[in-house]
Design a protein around this ligand. Structure first.
Ligand SMILES: [Fe+2]
Length: 292
């Protein structure tokens, strides 16, 4: 009997639909995570996604493992959904005992949220272990090196780095920058001391708390990036003149306060098309500040 579609076409169509559903579910979860990031300059999860991918690539991760690492990095703080602003604003060492008890549950909360979908098995593990340390002083399980997922070892280092540099020290409105961004020299100067001290801290703990190769890769990538940034200029360009590889120089929000482009984000053809759509919908100014 002849049907409109061959079995192969049907399978292809169904797997396309599944992939689309997976991507749109991921997008929904990413938007939820953004709600927990109000005390950061830029987007914490997008920064981690980009940086973890660079380190993962440097360390030889490929295909599925790299994709899982990217997803885990983007969702690593999903378990903070529902946390109060007071808790979201504090660093772990500023919390009292009951606050820390709640905070230290966020890796497990995320894993519980993701548990119905078997495709998230490895991703969940990376998230569950992202606050563990090699010497067993992390949480929630106090795992030591061999029990910690390799992806979590990458996320934990980048997480500490981004928190030190981009978590706000005072409560400000979400559109206000605590680090000036209109001038790369000012940005590099104002963050120089913090950058050096967090790099020294991670370096001093490499092999004891943090994976040696991960710390070394981060130091190398970030040092090179800051050097290159010092030689770059900031431009205000119409969105249709943006090119892949350029970086967004300030945060852009839509009318309901959703972060649509985060400072430091590297543009690719997909994100440029999205920005063009935001301009067409009147949610973004015609011209945006980029670092070229
Ligand atoms: Fe976390």
């Amino acid at each position: 009997m002849e049907t409109d579609k061959s079995q192969d076409e049907l399978i292809e169509m169904l797997s396309d639909q599944l992939a689309e559903q997976f991507i749109s579910n991921l997008d929904i979860m990413n938007r939820i995570v953004l709600m927990t990031e109000k005390f950061y300059d830029g987007s914490h999860s997008r920064f981690l996604t980009e940086k973890c991918e660079k380190i993962g690539t440097e360390l030889g991760l490929k295909d599925e493992s790299l994709t899982e690492l990217r997803i885990a990095a983007s969702l690593h703080d999903l378990g903070k959904v529902g946390f109060s602003d007071t808790l979201l604003f504090k660093n772990a060492n500023e919390m009292d005992l009951s606050e820390f008890k709640l905070y230290s549950k966020h890796p497990e909360i995320a894993a519980t949220i993701l548990s119905p979908n078997p495709h998230y098995k490895e991703i969940s593990k990376m998230i569950l272990h992202h606050h563990e340390k090699l010497d067993g002083t992390g949480f929630p399980f106090h795992f030591t090196s061999d029990k910690i997922h390799y992806g979590a070892k990458i996320i934990s280092v980048v997480n500490i780095y981004h928190n030190a540099l981009f978590k706000r020290k005072t409560i400000t409105s979400k559109n206000k920058q605590s680090i000036p961004t209109t001038n790369t020299v000012t940005f590099l100067e104002s963050t120089k001391e913090t950058f050096n001290s967090v790099m020294n801290f991670l370096y001093s703990k490499r092999g004891t708390q943090f994976e040696k190769k991960v710390v070394e890769a981060l130091v190398e990538i970030e040092t090179a990036e800051r050097r290159a940034l010092g030689e770059k200029t900031i431009l205000r360009l119409p969105v249709n003149r943006l090119e892949p590889g350029m970086r967004i120089a300030e945060d852009y929000y839509n009318g309901v306060g959703m972060l649509i482009a985060a400072r430091g984000e590297t543009l690719n053809s997909k994100s440029i098309s999205a920005l063009i759509r935001f301009v067409e919908n009147g949610e973004l100014p015609m011209k945006v500040l980029v670092i070229d």
